[in-house]
Structure formats: C-alpha cells, structure tokens
Ligand binder design. Structure first.
Ligand code: GLN
Length: 444
C-alpha cells in the first residue's frame, strides 16, 4: 500500500460509514433526473498540489445543476467586477428555498447568485458576442475549472427545458420589476444548459480545489479566475450556498459549499483542498443526504471549520540574540556589538509582526545595530514586504547599522557599497558578512 493510500482510506471509511443512509429521494421535478441511480455514491478530493483521491462512484457523470452557479458567478465577477455584478444581484442569504421568489421588494434584484433567480441573471450578464456566444463562454469556463473539456447532457437539458416553467416564470417576474438584461426565455434557456453540464465527482473536486487555490486550477496550473474573485465567490458560497440551510451549515460544518439537485455537493477548504460528493438522494432542501453527512463528518474530524484556529501559523522567529548574548568578536578587543534575529517560513502579516516585535526585543537599548537573517524564509508577501521595509527603515533612520541576510534579496536592499545613504538597511548574502559590516569591519 502506498503512503498516500491513507487519504484514500479516509475517504473509503467515510463512504462505508454513510453508504447505508437510505433517506431522501432523487429529484423528480426534472423528469430525466428521476432516472438517476439512488444508490450512487462517490466522494472525491483534490489537493492544492493537484493530487486526486476518491472513493466509490467518482467516475459516474451527472449534471452540475446548481453546483454550476458559483462558477458562473465567478466568471461574471471576473468579466464585470463586483460593483457591476452587485448592481444586478445582491449577496445576502435569502433564508428561502433555491427556487423561491427571492427578490428585493423595491428593485426586484435577487438576493444572491446561489438561488435560481440570481443565477438566471448572473448567466444573462455573461457577454454574448458572435465570436464568443454566451453559453460557449460558460461551458469553457466550467471546463477550465474542472481541468478538462466538459459537455452537456442533452437529455437532462431537454427534460428541464420542457418542464421548467417555474424558472421561466421567475425570469418574467424579474423582468417585470427591472433587472434582467436579456429576453427571459433566452436567459432561462442558457441557464438550463449550464445546469445540464455533465461532470464527475472528481471533476467537481477539481473545480472546488480551483476556488480553494485562489482561482488557479491545481491540475492544469491555469489561472481560471483572479484570486480576489475566487475569494468573493467563496464568501457568497459560505453565506448563501446551502440556501435556507446556509447559516446552520456554516455553524456546524464551517466550509463554503454548494449543492445541486442532481445530488452533487462541493465544499471548499481554502488553501487546503476541494471536496466533492455525489449521491442523488436529496433532503427536503435539495441537498444530497449522504453528501451532507460525509462532508460534515470530514470537516469535523479534520478540524476544517473556517472559524476554528484560522491560519494559526507555525513559529516564525528562530533566534533573538541581544548583543549581550553574542560572544564579542576578536580577542579582548571591545567592539560594537550586534543584535541578531533569524526568521523562517512564509512571511505574511502575522509573521512580519512577529519579526518586527523580535527586532525590538533584540535591541533593548533601542540603539544597537542589528542583523535580520532571512536565510530560512521561504517567501515574503506584499504586506510583509511593506511592513519589514518600514520597520527596518526606521531602525536604520535612527542611526543604527541595519543589515539583512538574504541571498534572494527579497526586500530589494542595496548592498554594502551601493548608494542609498546611512538611513537605508543593507543586504548581504551571509550572516558573517552582515555581522562584519555591522561591527564596522565590512565595507560601509
Ligand atoms: N436546474 C435546477 C433548477 O433550476 C437547479 C436547482 C438546484 O440544483 N438546486 O431548478
């Protein structure tokens, strides 16, 4: 057994635990969906490195239905921006069923893009040009999220198109109060095709993983939507993705999620993985019974709840040495002594705050020269860059020699001999050279 089988085993265990759940029934209001196998059950997981795991029916194709909504919302956001999309669709939980008339009383604007009313408008907002027809853009986007070319289940599409009067009525109602940019029948038709796009549980997990990975598909490496759009989409999934059960889901499971009436369910653990379940028996809210149970159990057992220790980072500072703690250089010759701070890992706001605090601790007199060693640092994000540049600049401006050890020069500092003036911290490739400079031995 391979080591990574342990992850598969965990999914198999969940699968075995929840397969006996026989409650709920398959959706029947779309006649073709009534033919789904009520016993089908698959679980899939895709990691941020693009590793795929699954148990049960992970290769059985089914239609996305409402699971398509967050991805088309993400497409609309990336093409039009949040302000423009927000003029047409609000982002408030409706507290109502997915097919309810969840429209703001005065404007007719739907409550959010996860319920049918909002999703119909969201799809209609996607530009429609002869070179790039609306539905082609939608299908192309869904395919990029999945990392392979998806297609339409024409039978499910035709079945819903023939019976979908409630959605057509919703579209007419929306247009009667204002916010529908296109013909209601055409809008709903594109929406039905989008709902009938076919994918497997593994595809859904890849789509969820792309949202977890800041919009970059971990299988293909393609940036499908910008990072901020992925975050906005996850926010709406967290507050509205499970319809009138969204609050309870966020409370108990704590993951952005989206369910669909074909039995698909995705959940996103940001920066960790995308998860998908497929099981067509639905509870009264239209969510897969086994999917809900399995995702809920996984979140609890792996401690994935978003509000649980959000991003408690590992240790950042590996050394704080005040000048008193360092051996004096040279035999018996008193030299100006130097404080040293070393850090490790990825530096973001939280880590940069620790480093700045450590720099102060290492300089109890507030005047000592200091070396900050970033050799073991794996990354410096934009926020940490600004914070560290600012903090080190203050020390240097106060007149203390300030040196950074970093071969990659991620703080973009001038070397010892380069121009910049005494108030600018200097960059070095080794700690020995930085110390030498700080004690006045190296080139100034
Ligand atoms: N196509 C379905 C509908 O509009 C999607 C609903 C869902 O999956 N919740 O009724």
């Amino acid at each position: 057994m391979s080591a990574a089988e342990a992850v598969t085993e965990a999914l198999r265990e969940l699968h075995a635990r929840f397969a006996p759940l026989g409650e709920g029934s398959v959706a029947e209001y779309i006649p073709q969906l009534a033919r789904s196998d009520p016993g089908a059950f698959g679980l899939a997981l895709v990691s941020m490195d693009g590793h795929r795991y699954g148990a049960g029916d992970t290769t059985v194709p089914f239609t996305l239905q409402s699971v398509s909504k967050p991805f088309v919302y993400a497409l609309a956001l990336s093409l039009l921006g949040l302000d423009e999309v927000g003029r047409w669709v609000n982002a408030e939980p409706s507290g109502e069923a997915y097919n309810a008339i969840s429209l703001e009383p005065d404007t007719g604007r739907p409550d959010n893009a996860m319920v049918n009313a909002g999703a119909i408008i969201t799809t209609a907002l996607i530009p429609d040009t002869s070179g790039a027809p609306r539905f082609e853009r939608v299908l192309d986007c869904l395919s990029r999220f999945a990392g392979r070319e998806l297609d339409v289940d024409e039978q499910v599409y035709a079945s819903e198109a023939a019976t979908g009067d409630r959605n057509r009525a919703l579209a007419y109602l929306i247009r009667s109060t204002g916010p529908l940019p296109v013909d209601p029948v055409a809008a709903v038709d594109t929406y039905f095709r989008q709902c009938a796009v076919r994918a497997t549980a593994t595809d859904l997990a890849a789509m969820a993983a792309t949202l977890a990975h800041g919009g970059v598909n971990p299988l293909t490496g393609e940036a499908v939507v910008p990072g901020p759009v992925a975050a906005q989409t996850l926010a709406v999934m967290a507050t509205c993705g499970m319809y009138d059960g969204s609050g309870d889901w966020l409370l108990r499971v704590g993951l952005p999620a989206k369910s669909g009436v074909s039995g698909g369910l995705i959940a996103v653990s940001p920066a960790r993985f995308g998860l998908a379940a497929y099981s067509p028996r639905l509870d009264p809210t239209g969510t897969s019974v086994r999917g809900r149970a399995a995702v809920g159990a996984l979140s609890e057992e792996l401690g994935l709840h978003l509000m649980h220790n959000p991003a408690l980072a590992g240790s950042t500072v590996t050394l704080i040495a005040t000048p008193d703690e360092l051996p004096t250089a040279g035999a018996g010759v008193p030299r100006e002594r130097v404080a040293v701070v070393a850090a490790q890992g990825a530096l973001d706001f939280t880590a940069a705050e620790r480093v700045l605090y450590a720099l102060d601790e290492a300089r109890p007199g507030g005047t000592e020269p200091v070396v900050l060693d970033l050799t073991e640092v794996t990354g410096v994000d934009r926020v940490a860059f600004t914070m560290l540049s600012g903090g080190l600049g203050r020390i240097a401006a106060s007149g203390a020699r300030t040196a950074v050890v970093d071969r990659a020069d991620r703080l973009a500092l001038p070397g010892p001999g380069e121009p910049g003036g005494p108030a600018v911290p200097r960059g070095f490739a080794t700690r020995a050279r930085a110390l030498a400079w700080c004690t006045g031995d190296g080139p100034g």
